[in-house]
Design a protein around this ligand. Structure first.
Ligand code: ADP
Ligand code: MG
Length: 140
């Protein structure tokens, strides 16, 4: 079943010029970009995006990081895209991520871990709507 998921190439990965490599790996895995923007989040935009984590000890640091520089936000489409994208990303902590996953290749530590991906259908719906009005997502 074709699904959509939200991906973010985080400020650390943009800073190290990994945008092209990461998008190449999405495409190589059959996850096709159907919407894409580069933007710099304000702190409050990052706080709204990560609202589910507001009680966590790392919330302030995480949202400061996400607002620290430009990011690339994409909608990826493909069969079973949510789960397959999470597999391509690897574990939250790059040190624990399987070799060859995006976080193993481009992440630095559990916070600066290069990429974001929706973790469920409900989360994907919220996260796609947070950055993209429906008319900005194309059919492919
Ligand atoms: P994931 O991004 O794998 O879904 P979470 O939803 O648990 O992971 O966390 C959201 C983001 O918060 C992570 O991608 C990472 O950037 C950051 N983060 C998670 N856990 C920690 C931690 N223990 N310390 C610092 N930052 C963290
Ligand atoms: Mg998460």
């Amino acid at each position: 079943m074709s699904e959509r998921t939200l991906a973010i190439i985080k400020p650390d990965a943009v800073k190290k010029d990994a945008i092209g490599d990461i998008i190449k790996r999405y495409e190589g895995a059959g996850l096709r970009p159907v919407a894409m923007r580069m933007l710099r989040m304000s702190k409050s935009t990052a706080e709204g995006f990560y609202a589910v984590h507001r009680a966590r000890p790392f919330f302030d640091s995480l949202t400061t990081f996400m607002a620290s520089g430009p990011v690339v936000v994409l909608v990826l489409a493909g069969d079973n895209a949510i789960k397959r994208h999470r597999e391509l990303m690897g574990a939250t902590d790059p040190a624990k991520a399987d070799p060859g996953t995006l976080r193993a290749v481009h992440g630095t530590n559990i916070e600066f871990n290069a990429v974001h991906g929706s973790d469920s259908a409900d989360t994907a719906r919220f996260e796609i709507g947070y950055f993209f009005p429906e008319m900005d997502v194309v059919a492919r």
